[in-house]
Ligand binder design. Structure first.
Ligand code: ZN
Length: 207
């Protein structure tokens, strides 16, 4: 990777191998000793490297910011030029730019996929818990109705009245069904949501 900096005395541009940063050489123009330095990389603006935050090492300075497409174009002409990104810690070969950002993008996509899958699994657990509560409530209502039905038909004389029992049981059943119906509707909605979540999880895992 070819880099450059200016002679501190005569400002002559010195081209050198980037690996030689820090070395002291004698300037071919004025002959005085000068240290080969690399330009400082601008700090990151936000938290994350985004498009349009790339820099190249040009004439002693970090030139930019550029967008990735601009660096891809530059790399065709100047594969040995150095590039970095805002907040970066080192300069790299422009020839490797495309490969490097492709890796970053792949990792970014993989991270987003992982985060989305995690969120979907949490959501699934919550809906499953809601469904479990609805089932428990329905079971409790059915048990209560069964308990009431078993006592139906008893008169104050302690005798069993089968007509009264039938009418009371009908009433108990109607009341139970009226209470259970909205819970069943909620459960059906929860099932629909769960099916949607499962579909999303399968699609994400396959992507
Ligand atoms: Zn010089």
């Amino acid at each position: 990777m070819i880099a450059n900096c200016q002679c501190k005395k005569c400002s002559q541009m010195l081209a050198f191998e980037a690996d030689d940063v820090g070395a002291t050489v004698s300037c071919p123009n004025c002959g005085s000793d000068t240290q080969l330095v690399s330009p400082s990389i601008p700090p990151a603006n936000g938290e994350k490297v985004d498009d349009g935050e790339f820099y190249v090492w040009l004439d002693d300075k970090a030139e930019g910011p550029f967008q990735s497409q601009q660096l891809i174009e530059l790399a065709k002409q100047f594969p040995e030029m150095a590039w970095s990104f805002a907040g970066g810690s080192e300069w790299n070969r422009l020839a490797d730019f495309q490969k490097t950002i492709e890796k970053v993008r792949q990792k970014d996509l993989a991270d987003k996929k992982t985060a989305k899958l995690k969120a979907l699994r949490i959501q699934k657990k919550e809906v499953q818990e809601l469904k479990r509560q609805l089932s428990a409530n329905m079971t409790a209502l059915r048990n209560e109705a069964r308990r009431q039905s078993s006592g139906a038909g008893g008169t104050w004389l302690g005798l069993y009245d089968s007509e009264l029992a039938a009418s009371q049981r009908r009433g108990i059943r109607q009341k139970k069904e009226a209470l259970i119906l909205p819970l069943e509707k909620k459960k059906a909605i929860a099932d629909g949501i769960l099916a949607q979540i499962d579909k999303q999880i399968i699609e994400l895992e396959a992507s």
